[in-house]
Design a protein around this ligand. Structure first.
Ligand code: MN
Length: 240
């Protein structure tokens, strides 16, 4: 049985076709898998585990059905849904993993990460990241009323769109030195990440040895996932 990986599904109420496709993917593909790994940004935003969007309700029910059927589902935080917490896990039966994390897949140690921490050329984003990942900031944010958090999240999304629109595309890709450092620190030969939406398999050399960086695609225009079976990795598209 294969292990499946997705990231950057970016689900919200404004994208009903993506929600349908993701729920279909859970039922048709993930339900028969050995495990599902969601490497961040499953949701376009997540203001706390009391999140009440229709997208959240439907997707959490779909994940609950998956895990109740015996398929383990592991979730990493993305830069949009870094407030997924214990309540989300209780709702869905998913397990949150740290970022980065080394998983043992078919006997091989593989580094899993959302990928935003590798984009070190985007200084203003990295500053924002260190603020919102601070436990004190998160406690204060989560103490706000739900309606205030929803408003702030909407403003943050608008700010993110403006930043993305005025930033040189290469600045928002991974930094090669950060990638090499991540391979060396984890002592792995393969990493899987998302975030950049640049779906690809990169074969490169780190410390004189061949390594592979697999980048998962985003689900804005179509679905996609990575399948790992018997040590063989394949990126697959899902037409919409
Ligand atoms: Mn991301």
């Amino acid at each position: 049985m294969a292990r499946l990986f997705v990231s950057d599904v970016h689900l919200n109420d404004a994208a009903p076709a993506a929600i349908e496709q993701f729920l279909g993917f859970l039922a048709a593909h993930a339900a028969g898998a050995a495990a599902l790994y969601i490497l961040g940004d499953l949701f376009e935003s997540w203001v706390g585990d009391d999140e009440r969007s229709r997208a959240a309700q439907r997707v959490c029910a779909g994940l609950r059905a998956l895990t109740a059927g015996g398929v383990p589902c592991f979730v990493l935080h993305g830069n949009r849904d870094f407030l997924l917490g214990a309540g989300f896990c209780a709702r869905t039966g998913c397990r949150l993993l740290g970022d980065p994390v080394v998983a043992e897949l078919d006997g091989e140690r593989v580094l899993l990460t959302h990928g935003d921490a590798l984009c070190t050329d985007d200084h203003s984003y990295q500053e924002l990241r260190s603020v919102v990942r601070d436990p004190g900031w998160q406690r204060r944010f989560l103490a706000l009323p739900l309606s205030s958090r929803e408003l702030l999240a909407e403003e943050a999304r608008a700010g993110s769109r403006a930043h993305t629109a005025r930033t040189v595309p290469d600045i928002m890709d991974v930094n090669p030195a950060a990638v090499a450092a991540a391979f060396s620190a984890a002592r792995v030969r393969r990493m899987i990440h998302g975030h950049t939406h640049r779906e690809a398999v990169h074969d490169l050399q780190v410390d004189g040895a061949p390594v592979q960086r697999i980048v998962l695609g985003a689900w804005y225009e179509r679905g996609s996932y990575l399948s790992c079976e018997g040590g063989k990795y394949q990126l697959r598209g899902l037409p919409r």
